[in-house]
Ligand binder design. Sequence first.
Ligand code: ADP
Length: 439
Amino acid sequence: MNGLRVGIIGAGRSGVAAAKFLRRLGVRVLLSDRQRITASLPSSIQTESGPHSDRLLDCDLIIRSPGVPNHLPIMKKIALRRIRVWSELELASRFARAEHLVAITGTNGKTTTTTLVGEFFKTLRRPLFVAGNIGMPLSEVALKTTPRSTIVLEVSSYQLENIESFHPTLSAILNITPDHLEHHGSMKAYASAKGRIFENQTKDDVCVLNADDPWCRRLARRCPARVCWFSRRQKVRKGVYYDGHGNIVLRWGNYRSRFALRTHLPGPHNIENILAAVALALAGGVSLSAIRRVLARFHGVEHRLELVRILHGVRYVNDSKATNVDSTRVALASFADPLIVILGGEGKGAPYSPLKSLIRKRAKRLLVIGEDTPAIVRELKGIVPLEKVGHLAKAVQHASRVAEHGDVVLLSPACASFDQYNNYEERGRHFKRLVKKLA
Ligand code: ADP
């Protein structure tokens, strides 16, 4: 990188991490963002805020942050000049060393699976780095890695769009369902971006794919790595599957066995996340006994169907991460006990009607909060009792009064939080505080 000048577009967490990383390598950096850059940066990093200037065109390399659209005039000019464009992932992975580089992508379940895989690999007692989209950009840790390290990365389709040499030894695609289509243009383009996770793998590497997902099956045809399938619904010849009766069956390498799944994670979707994580762990040499031990004590990730408290036989569950209708649908399908559902917030314009049949089957009451209350009431009234309660404090109070032994009080908003909170984490923490205060 010596003597290079690098432009970074987007000063979010990964852009800032890339800037600091490059400075440490002695590279000249220009960090450019439409908005005011608030991060504290060494003065040796040049910055510009507002319209991206043509100074970026004097750079030898561009690092593009996730979500920066291709149709921006500056991106078009960069393409015309044939300046190389990398993601922060491509940049940082060139400096990362590892025995196992594990990369996990998918539309849903990335954070849960990445966290669980991290727990599995922790049992190998080697230096472990869990990074990527999960909050810690790879650039923040790349220089600390050694050839004995394990790196477990949560990877988004945005990061994969601008890779060249990124080469995980173990990769996984959990599922591919419609998302970010405004950015990628079509399902095919979105799936192709996800498929790039394995483009530099060889037959010495392993790629874990979901046998129940049509897009994963299609991508498998051009996967150069050995494919380890996982499935919740069907038997697979090479890989791991759920037998429908509480067991995980292993058909991989020397493993020809089954074990009873003991987990605190609710819901069929989490069985899929567990299967993928188990497959990656087996392929990475984690022992079956370690896998079972970790599974029995893993409680999932904050704000994702997180059990907060059991009070008078009522379970309170925080699913504040459910910021869209599909996540709430998944949450409703995860419980057999009667649900009192708290939903609402800043709507995303998608219909709530896909929730109707599950509400009929699983819920006994809906408590609606936030800005999108009128739309939710319009679309979901008349199925089960529905009350407009305005905000979370009132919702929790009300739920605790009407809940009976065996019920589940579920915050799964199906909406963003920005009408009342800074982010879904703040909303989830508020819910937890309110629940913990209940007498
Ligand atoms: P991501 O990091 O991909 O957003 P998370 O693990 O944070 O995934 O889960 C976010 C939400 O996605 C969960 O609350 C749940 O509603 C849904 N989800 C998780 N795993 C799956 C899955 N395997 N299939 C479908 N939906 C899932």
